[in-house]
Design a protein around this ligand. Structure first.
Ligand code: ZN
Length: 262
């Protein structure tokens, strides 16, 4: 009976591993095209070149149909790739990414600028994908991520993914995606990044990414700002000033109708 049960568990675990959608892709950096198969069906997509960096939204291999993906990416040796994932492995041909709880496909970034550093922290892989010039800030980023991951894990429970990665990109952005955040390569060195913005994007992994908002307002942005930007000021005894500045900001930007509603 025990043997039958273990055979059953083995068979079901094999099937559950195979349940993820398998994307096999090859990036042609000269033609700026990525192509391959999704569970055996062919796809092809153009890539936009941002001076050696390519960022592809989650639906680059077609309309997402699953929450669980394996991506086997073939890539020239001189390029590095990052994708929304719980696990990222370097392979003979390029990279393999695995993701259990996708939000919308798998966002993918490819660059010939990135160097990669990783660290393991409480079972989560932390990673920075920085240009050579920005790599000197890696330790500051790792230290701050660890400090805040502890704080938010105490507040909200275990970090929801297997990885948390920060990648610099050659355009202005600061946005949280599943397991990663892209930030402008020009602001990596700025003190506000590690003081405030990094923690804000990390907290979005719990609020807004793993637990999504619906169409009726964006509670995640409000709560994240409250428990990141405002909280860090409070820790320095400056929460009153923060609140005053926030109210002035809202009043200056609010478009009020004559009846007082916005
Ligand atoms: Zn935000």
């Amino acid at each position: 009976m025990k043997r039958l049960l273990s055979m059953f568990l083995l068979i079901t675990s094999v099937f559950s591993v195979n349940a993820a959608t398998l994307v096999k892709a090859k990036a042609d950096m000269t033609a700026k095209v990525i192509s391959g198969t999704v569970d055996g069906k062919p796809f092809q997509s153009a890539m936009t070149d941002l001076n050696g960096t390519f960022i592809l939204d989650g639906d680059w291999f077609g309309e997402p149909k699953d929450t669980s993906y394996v991506l086997e990416l073939t890539l020239p040796e001189s390029y590095t790739a990052i994708a929304e994932s719980d696990r990222a492995e370097k392979t003979k041909y390029g990279y393999k990414f695995t993701l259990k709880h996708a939000k919308y496909g798998m966002m993918l970034g490819i660059s010939d600028k990135w160097q990669v550093r990783t660290e393991k922290f409480n079972g989560v892989e932390l990673a920075v994908y920085f240009s050579k010039e920005n790599m000197q800030y890696a330790d500051t980023y790792f230290d701050r991520i660890k400090e805040l991951m502890n704080m938010y894990s105490d507040m909200f429970g275990k970090y929801p993914y297997g990885r948390f990665a920060v990648a610099d990109v050659p355009y202005p952005i600061g946005h949280a995606h599943v397991s990663l955040t892209f930030i402008s390569d020009r602001i990596v060195a700025m003190p506000f990044m590690t003081k405030t913005s990094l923690g804000h994007e990390l907290l979005h992994q719990w609020l807004g990414v793993s637990v999504e908002t619906d169409r009726n307002g964006n509670w995640a942005e409000g709560l994240t700002t409250y428990l990141a930007d405002r909280l860090y000021e409070k820790q320095e005894g400056k929460d009153v000033q923060y609140r005053k500045a926030a109210i002035i900001d809202i009043m200056q930007n609010a478009r009020q109708k004559e009846d007082g509603s916005c």
